[in-house]
Design a protein. Structure first.
Length: 152
């Protein structure tokens, strides 16, 4: 994930939470590459069925069909608000889109989709020393004209 995308995601999450809206935070691919865990910004909508979940994309492996969905009703607040999605076959390393449809106002429409890849990240590729690499916000500097005269 590039720094710019990561930082944009942080701003998107903050904005949606401030507005009291819900949406997909991110999609996690299981080790079997057939189980997708959908994480929400708030609690998952209560009535999600197979017909509400679509997996689109992937030029080589398509279509990927959703076979089962299950809400994770865990008492642990860190695990609440998750949806387990099972698909009929694993996709490839290209970009796919998980889209939630037909849920009315339960989700912000712009946050009812998330891009992901079926390629599971190698833990050796993750750099814990990277930390939060978001650049500081750009400061607005005043326009200074060195030709202006500020004396009588």
């Amino acid at each position: 994930m590039t720094t710019t995308t990561h930082c944009d995601d942080q701003a998107r999450r903050r904005l949606l939470r401030e507005r009291g809206r819900n949406g997909i935070d991110y999609v996690e691919v299981g080790d079997d590459r057939r189980t997708l865990t959908v994480h929400f910004l708030a609690a998952a909508p209560p009535r999600i069925e197979v017909r509400n979940v679509r997996v689109e994309g992937g030029p080589r492996v398509r279509p990927v069909r959703v076979t089962e969905v299950r809400l994770d009703e865990d008492d642990d607040p860190a695990r609440a608000g998750r949806l387990e999605v099972t698909v009929d076959r694993p996709g490839d390393a290209t970009t796919y889109t998980l889209r939630l449809v037909g849920l009315g106002d339960a989700l912000d429409q712009r946050a009812a989709r998330a891009d992901f890849s079926f390629q599971v990240a190698d833990p050796a590729d993750l750099d814990p020393a990277m930390g939060d690499a978001c650049p500081p916000p750009a400061l607005v500097e005043p326009a200074i004209s060195y030709l202006a005269k500020d004396y009588a």
